[in-house]
Design a binder for this molecule. Structure first.
Ligand code: AMP
Length: 279
């Protein structure tokens, strides 16, 4: 497994690959878990070589403490990727990516950026768009793999690819969960024992919401979820929303030809957890 920290040397390596070699790309922020590795596994099956980036992108954090506290486990990440037969890892510094101007560009994602995460994390999707476009231009992958855990992010990246006429194919991968249902996340390692024990309640509740959505309308289900969290001793609901998968707009009247998802963001102490479920 080759490890590059510089864009120039990574690009030289990519240029030296034989014509026709397909590149699968998995962008991550490290602190890798089985969810990330499932993306790497799928990329390995579908491409000749796999490139994984590990970069904690400062411009997508709306909260300075969240950035400072973001888990960093680079040695463990590299050994996991090696054991997974990853071909190339790209671990740039913020300066390598942004030079001396650590700022986002401004994107128009046709309104997708104003829903859900966009309402609560100012500038987050401009940061995501900036780094993902930059990485796509450096790596020039044929396919790039993203987890449905960040479903809104996938839709936004698809929109960016369409608007900027990029040639990469975006592959969505299912959410990997712990045995008790908690969606795997790098942030889970920051949970206290008590918070970790409480956290599966998030998925349990949206699973019940899915059943209710069979007979009730979206606003009734949203109210029910809000009520479930109202007096929770450990978890604080930030938002729950039932939205159209394509537009990400909240559902008003159900249309049997459309696909819907329930999206949720919850705080356990200062750790923010998100999840979603197809309805
Ligand atoms: P992150 O390192 O959190 O930026 O995540 C890198 C990629 O892994 C993103 O495309 C995430 O959506 C994906 N990912 C993170 N957690 C999971 C999970 N539990 N299941 C599937 N994909 C995930």
């Amino acid at each position: 497994m080759l490890i590059f920290t510089e864009i120039k040397s990574l690009q030289q390596k990519i240029k030296s690959l034989k014509n026709g070699v397909t590149i699968g790309f998995v962008p991550t922020m490290g602190a890798l878990h089985e969810g990330h590795l499932s993306l790497v596994g799928k990329a390995k099956k579908e491409n000749d070589i796999v490139i994984v980036s590990i970069f904690v992108n400062p411009t997508q954090f709306d909260n300075a403490d969240d950035l400072t506290n973001y888990p960093k486990t680079i040695e463990k990440d590299l050994s996991l990727l090696k054991s997974f037969s990853c071909d190339i890892v790209f671990t740039p510094t913020p300066e390598e990516i942004y030079a001396d101007d650590i700022q986002s560009q401004s994107f128009d994602f046709d309104g997708l950026e104003f829903q859900m995460e966009g309402k609560f994390r100012a500038g987050h999707f401009n940061g995501v768009g900036t780094i993902v476009e930059r990485l796509f231009k450096v790596v020039k992958p044929h396919k790039a793999y993203f987890g449905e855990k960040d479903f809104q992010q996938i839709q936004i990246i698809r929109k960016m690819v369409e608007k900027r006429k990029l040639t990469v194919q975006i592959i969505a991968c299912p959410i990997h969960r712990e045995k008790d249902g908690l969606a795997m996340s790098s942030r889970n390692m920051r949970l206290t024992k008590e918070q970790r024990a409480a956290a599966p309640f998030i998925y349990e509740t949206i699973k019940k919401a899915k059943i209710q959505f069979g007979t009730k309308n979206a606003s009734e289900v949203v109210k029910w979820v809000e009520n479930e969290f109202q007096n929770h001793p450990i978890l604080r609901l930030e938002y729950v929303e039932i939205a159209d998968e394509d537009t990400l707009l909240p559902v008003e009247t159900k249309n049997p030809t459309k696909k819907y998802r329930a999206f949720i963001a919850v705080f356990a102490g200062n750790v923010r957890l998100i999840d979603n479920i197809s309805l």
